[in-house]
Structure formats: structure tokens, C-alpha cells
Design a protein around this ligand. Structure first.
Ligand code: GLN
Length: 545
């Protein structure tokens, strides 16, 4: 019988429910349990694919091509549980399914209502990941308790324990215990209110994970326990981690949360073995080098827009024993102030994916700078397309070269719409999405990084390298070193004459883990470390982040 853990959040948003859920998953998996992770999002968009990164942060793409919430990135970085379309549902998807059923006449004349029809549909998706080979499904409920949008989800998880048995469900509530400077103390009232709201709708949380900047005293714990109707040991402290998010699982272990959950659910589990995790933190704390990598994008000021990229750079730093200082460079500022001023000191330049024309010329200038100065460069998706445009303009002399995404009538459309995209008009879920195979060419840097010629990476794009220009690029020094198995689609280009210049049509950042850095990121950061060393700058004693 599969057990269920529900994670809700209260008081404020952005408490790190995703990280906490991922950490719980990691600990249970480490103890030999088979887990599945799921996120339910209360917004009405069918998926985040149509939302601006300013609104929602990055769109995280899975192997099966679903465009999902960025918390699923945490799940994949912390655990090895397989994710699929069933791992992320939104209110939009739930209503769409119910309305489609209604249109097909499946409700046989009933009035279709939030309870029971919407809640039944939610319970259906909760049960989808359960199965003989799954010990625990961890479902994170997006949003904050008290939001109107969250109500049907909370009602459904309440009902769920009646359906499958109370002993098979655990409710974990993540809450904030703020420190009030003026009073000089931690305040438990917001937590009391938030748990009060949960209890009003019939959910008594089993565990309270308390986000706080100061340690909870025994009195704080006792007070929270009393007012929230839980035993003192169920009050779990999760103190702010200013060093690394990868410390979160350890702080949960210190509070015994894994053991408490396992006991509550009556699971048989093995012992924790966190040696690899301690090793990872040790490497993070004791780097031999310090390098700086510029990430040049148009959402530079918005941390979540390039979340997986920043994480993958950190992982590559761990792999190379290097502290990676990430410089977020706004591509429009490059246009105004020039690449030299902003990028002169960096050891590597990364241009990430994106859509739309704003800031494109700044990205192209940054790539030009990296190409000419021999600075290690990694281009991802739009970053690759910009590298192709830059090479066409700067080396092939095709001054008008562009992508037809930005100039439909360009004389030299070196990047053009994928054939399969030409008849598509709907925006949601219609790009070339998900895992696609790529074959690598012998002698390439990509092959050197991956150590194998057949790879699979995740995609999310509508435009591609225009094959009509392949030969012209190759004879002038930009090589196609990775293609789809039939050779038809260009997946990777490189400049063999450059110390490290690799650009890929796919998104390697989605497959990087802290304990297993992505090969391309590891290679890129390795090249940046080499450049840094070659410049004769002594590696600094790394400061703690
Ligand atoms: N806008 C480009 C395309 O659709 C790049 C997409 C991306 O970077 N994810 O092909």
C-alpha cells in the first residue's frame, strides 16, 4: 500500500516548500524507500509554459516533454525518482479535465460542482503515482493556506485520508516563525493562525516545519506544539541556510523528521547513509579555485528565471572544486555599455535560452567578445542560436544574418523555424519538447565531456540551425558536432580553434545533480578554471557563500 505525504505552506509564500519536499524525498529514498514526487499548483494556466519568467521563473522541462513548475527541478536534483506528466498538475488542468468530461456527457445530467467533481478529479491525480512499486508519494500543494485558489486542493487532500486510511497519510505544514527585532523574540502567532486555518478545514498537520532565522527555544517549541495541537517533537526547526540549499536535508535529519515520518507511516526502512552528501558539502566548503562566470540573459535580475542554470554551474563547481561566482549580466546593459566593460574579468560566458527579441544584440555582443578573447563559452538553446548568428555576421561576413524569430525577412536566415512548427498556431505545449537523442562526432569537445557518442537531452524550442548554411559554417571554422540520429537537426556546434566554445540546442541544465554534475557544465567550468589558472591569478581562499 502506497503511503502519502502532503506538504502545505502557510503564512507567506516562497518559504521553500519545494526544497523541503525534495529534501524529505531525498532522505526517504536514501533510506531505501521507493518514492514519487508531485506538485499541485493552484493557478489556472494549464501549465507554466505560457507564463513569463518574470511571473513564474523558469519552465522546467521533463523527459516526456511536459513543461512544469521549477520545483520539479529541486525534486530531480535531490532525488532519483522518475518524473512525468503526472508529477505536476494545475487548477487549469483539473478544470479542463472535468469540463471535457462534462462535454462528453460523462456526468449523466448531474450539476457539476467543486465538491465533489473537482475534488474527485484532484483525488484521482493524487492516486496516479501510487502503485505496487511505490512506498511513498510526496505531494506538495502550491500556494499558501488561506488562498482562495488552494481551497479545492486542501479539501481533496483532507478527503484523501478518509479514502485511503488516516494511518497512510502524513500532513506536513511548512510555516514561518519570524524574529521581531523590536521585541527581541521569535513570534509564533502567524504559525498558530495558519495551522488554525488548516484545522478549520479539517486538516490536523502531523508535523510543522518551522522556517526561522534563529533557533527555536524549548519554550517556543512548547508553545507552538500546544497551540497547534501537535507533540513537541513534531515541531521541526528549519533554520535559514545562508551557505547552501544542500544543507536543508541535514537540518531535517537533526530534528529526526525522516524517522518521525517513517514511524508515523509504519514503514520499514533502512539506515541513512549521507556520506555522499557530506562529501558534497565538504567540497563546497573547501574549493581550490575561485572563478567567475557571466550569465548573460534578459532576466538577469530575476533569480528564478535561470534557476537550473545557476544550480548546474554550482554542481560543476563542486565537481571541479571551484567556487563559481555567478555574475548576472543583463544583455540590454551589454548593448548600452559594451561587452568589454562588463565581461573583461570573467573566466567564462554562458548565454542561456530565451524567447523574444529584447536583449538579443547584447547576447550577440557578449558571444563576440568571448569568441575573440578565447573565453570559455557555453551557449544554450537561444544562446546557441545567437552564437550561430554572431559567427555568420562576424566570420562569414553575412551582416544581415538573423533568426527568423526576430527578422522574418532577413537576407540570411541562419536560424529558421523547424519544419514541424510551420503549421502550429497554439502556444501551449507545442514546441519541440522533451528528451531527444543526439549523436556526437569523434574528436569533439562534447564527446570528450560526455565520454559517449549517443546522448539524450531535453529540448524546448521552435527554431533551428538552417541546414542550407552548414557547409559554409564548417569550412570557416564552426563545426556541427552533434545532430539528431538522422543527421537532420543540428544539436551542437563548436569552434575547434577556440579553447572551449560549445553551443547546444538543448537544455543540459535540466539534468544536472549536485552529486553528479552535468558533463557539459563540468567541462565548461573546467575550462574556465584552466583559463583562470593560466592567467596566473592565484586562486583565492574561498569565502563561504
Ligand atoms: N526562442 C528560441 C526557439 O524557440 C529558443 C528557445 C529557448 O531558448 N528555449 O527556438
Amino acid at each position: 500500500m502506497t503511503k502519502h505525504i502532503f506538504v502545505t505552506g502557510g503564512v507567506v509564500s516562497s518559504l521553500g516548500k519545494g526544497l523541503t519536499s525534495a529534501s524529505i524525498g531525498m532522505l526517504l529514498e536514501n533510506r531505501g524507500l521507493s518514492i514519487r514526487m508531485q506538485k499541485l499548483d493552484p493557478y489556472i494556466n494549464v501549465d507554466p509554459g505560457t507564463m513569463s519568467p518574470y511571473q513564474h521563473g523558469e519552465v522546467y522541462v521533463l523527459d516526456d516533454g511536459s513543461e512544469t513548475d521549477l520545483d520539479l527541478g529541486h525534486y530531480e536534483r535531490f532525488t532519483n525518482s522518475p518524473l512525468s506528466r503526472d508529477s505536476n498538475y494545475t487548477t487549469g488542468q483539473i478544470y479542463l479535465a472535468v469540463i471535457n468530461k462534462e462535454r462528453r456527457g460523462e456526468f449523466l445530467g448531474q450539476t457539476v460542482q467543486v465538491i465533489p467533481h473537482i475534488t474527485n478529479e484532484i483525488k484521482h491525480v493524487l492516486s496516479k503515482l501510487a502503485g505496487d512499486d511505490v512506498d511513498v508519494v510526496i505531494t506538495e500543494i502550491g500556494g499558501t493556506v488561506g488562498d482562495i485558489e488552494s481551497q479545492p486542493f486542501l479539501e481533496a487532500i483532507r478527503q484523501y485520508s478518509l479514502d485511503v486510511g488516516k494511518e497512510n497519510c502524513v500532513y506536513i505544514h511548512l510555516t514561518l516563525v519570524p524574529y521581531l527585532k523590536a521585541a527581541g523574540e521569535l513570534k509564533t502567532k502567524p504559525t498558530q493562525h495558519s495551522v488554525g486555518q488548516l484545522r478549520q478545514i479539517g486538516i490536523q498537520p502531523d508535523f510543522l516545519v518551522c522556517r526561522t532565522e534563529r533557533s527555536l527555544s524549548h519554550d517556543d517549541r512548547a508553545k507552538i506544539a500546544l497551540f497547534c495541537n501537535v507533540p513537541v517533537e513534531a515541531v521541526i526547526e528549519e533554520k535559514d541556510k545562508d551557505f547552501s540549499i544542500y544543507e536543508v536535508p541535514l537540518s531535517l535529519v537533526e530534528n529526526g523528521l525522516d524517522e518521525l515520518i517513517i514511524r508515523k507511516l509504519g514503514l520499514k526502512a533502512g539506515k541513512l547513509d549521507l556520506a555522499h552528501w557530506h562529501d558534497l558539502l565538504h567540497r563546497l566548503r573547501n574549493p581550490n579555485h575561485e572563478i567567475s562566470i557571466a550569465v548573460v540573459g534578459k532576466y538577469a535580475e530575476h533569480h528564478d528565471a535561470y534557476k537550473s542554470i545557476y544550480e548546474a554551474l554550482d554542481h560543476a563547481g563542486i565537481d571541479n572544486l571551484a567556487q563559481v561566482r555567478i555574475q548576472r549580466v543583463h544583455s540590454e546593459v551589454v548593448e548600452r555599455e559594451g561587452a568589454e566593460r562588463l565581461l573583461a574579468g570573467v573566466d567564462g560566458v554562458l548565454v542561456p535560452g530565451g524567447f523574444g527579441e529584447r536583449g538579443i544584440e547584447g547576447k550577440i555582443q557578449a558571444i563576440h567578445f568571448a569568441r575573440q578573447r578565447g573565453i570559455p563559452f557555453l551557449g544554450i538553446c537561444l544562446g546557441m542560436q545567437c552564437a550561430v548568428i554572431e559567427f555568420a555576421r562576424g566570420v562569414l561576413g553575412l551582416e544581415q544574418a538573423h533568426s527568423t524569430e526576430f527578422n522574418k525577412n532577413t537576407a540570411d536566415p541562419v536560424i529558421c523555424l523547424l519544419d514541424e512548427q510551420k503549421t502550429i498556431t497554439d502556444m501551449g505545449g507545442t514546441m519541440r519538447l522533451g528528451a531527444q537523442p543526439t549523436v556526437l562526432v569523434p574528436g569533439s569537445k562534447a564527446l570528450e565531456c560526455y565520454g559517449r557518442a549517443d546522448i539524450s537531452e531535453r529540448h524546448r524550442h521552435r527554431y533551428e540551425f538552417n541546414n542550407a548554411y552548414r557547409k559554409q559554417f564548417a569550412t570557416n571554422g564552426m563545426q556541427v558536432v552533434g545532430t539528431s540520429p538522422d543527421g537532420g537537426l543540428v544539436e551542437i556546434v563548436e569552434l575547434p580553434e577556440h579553447p572551449w566554445f560549445v553551443a547546444v540546442q538543448f537544455h543540459p541544465e535540466f539534468k544536472s545533480q549536485p552529486t553528479r554534475s552535468h558533463p557539459l557544465f563540468a567541462g565548461f567550468v573546467g575550462a574556465a578554471v584552466a583559463r583562470h589558472a593560466a592567467r596566473g591569478e592565484r586562486a583565492h581562499e574561498a569565502e563561504r557563500r
